[in-house]
Design a protein around this ligand. Structure first.
Ligand SMILES: *[C@@H]1O[C@H](CO)[C@@H](O)[C@H](O)[C@H]1NC(C)=O
Length: 186
């Protein structure tokens, strides 16, 4: 009986391994997809992939839908890129940086063009730099990760002027190839 159980679970593993390449082939259409991986000296967060919980990008142990996939398009701003989430839906989802200018939260924005976060906050979504394997913002500053509930971390862009908060970690955000997707309706 024990042998049967083992064989069955092996069978299940084999099936799910096979499913991934088939899905990719179906979706092949020349759109390069990426996942965003955090690198840090902190072993708790190094190598983990950015995911969404609600509209906040971060590192989560649960409640999220797995690593996000993005594709890049040219921004109207010289040398900058926009990062849109994949799969492409009816409304555009773009990664954005929102909040008080000193410490911007990394979020998923719906139809970001013309978005006004109000209260003196800014919303940036067309100023990403995607170079040398890394994603940064086209402004002075750096990525910081802040511990959150349930061993989660939120990722923010700091221009260095925010009040000192002790428990953040400087991190880098790397982009890692995640296969090909396709444009829909474009
Ligand atoms: C996800 O967001 C919800 C609502 O803000 C929160 O209650 C929950 O703790 C978050 N989960 C994680 C893993 O951070």
């Amino acid at each position: 009986m024990k042998w049967v159980t083992n064989a069955l679970s092996l069978g299940l593993v084999a099936t799910s391994v096979l499913a991934a390449p088939l899905d990719n082939r179906q979706d092949d259409g020349g759109l390069d997809l990426y996942q965003l991986q955090v690198t840090s000296k902190n072993k708790q967060i190094d190598g983990r992939y950015l995911a969404l919980n609600g509209s906040d990008l971060g590192l989560y142990d649960g409640d999220d839908t797995g690593p996000i996939k993005v594709y890049q398009t040219d921004s109207k701003k010289e040398g900058c890129k926009e990062l849109h989430t994949y799969p492409i839906g009816i409304v555009d989802h773009s990664l954005g940086l929102v909040g008080p200018p000193a410490l911007l939260t990394f979020v998923d924005m719906v139809n970001p063009d013309g978005a006004d976060p109000g209260n003196g906050a800014v919303a940036m979504w067309d100023t990403f730099r995607v170079e040398d394997g890394k994603v940064t913002n086209d402004a002075e500053g750096q990525w910081l990760a802040f511990p959150d509930v349930k061993k989660s971390w939120k990722v923010k862009w700091s221009d260095g002027s925010s009040p000192t908060i002790d428990d953040y970690m400087p991190v880098e955000v790397a982009y890692v190839s995640a296969g090909q997707g396709r444009y829909v309706g474009k």
